[in-house]
Write a protein that binds this ligand. Sequence first.
Ligand code: GAR
Length: 185
Amino acid sequence: MNLAIFASGNGSNFAALVKAVEEKKIKAKFVVLVSDKPEAFVVERARKAKIAVILVKREDFVSRADFEAAIIQRLKNYKIDLIALAGFMRMLSPGFVKLYRKRIINIHPSLLPAFKGAHAIKDAIDAKVSFTGVTVHFVDNQMDHGPVILQKQIKIKRTDTLNALEKRIHALEHKLYPQAIKIIS
Ligand code: GAR
């Protein structure tokens, strides 16, 4: 299975997936990283791991349609079986989702449908809920939404700081994402 990762940030999930492939925990081949942020650490991680990188900045295009057309055009050089979003902080259009129907998955740091969006971990702490978690799901036309593949909860301790909870959530993400890919591959 040929895997493309879309990411905009640190890339700890990207690194966890690279490791899972190297350790043969998932039967996949990393073919390309797509990033909208040339300065993101994930780009450096991909270069170190000798994985091809497609950089496409949204600001370089007039419309989202043009931006996505550029990604699609460049992805044609690879035979992609699965796109895994790993901190890719952009909504994909219905047209893009349709093109890769049932082949785009996302990881999100909450028990969806609770706490969608870019600040899910902080939002869970602020809401004073006792549990949050991690969800891996197929992508549909709504943000952080679509059929769930795997979901696991984490208890929020009364003493938790944002930093402490983030660490536990990320550690769980790094285990769950490879497991979810294994389930669907
Ligand atoms: C991860 O926690 C991921 O779940 C989240 O971005 C982070 C990326 O971290 N995604 C979302 O919030 C999607 N709505 P990483 O760059 O270290 O993998």
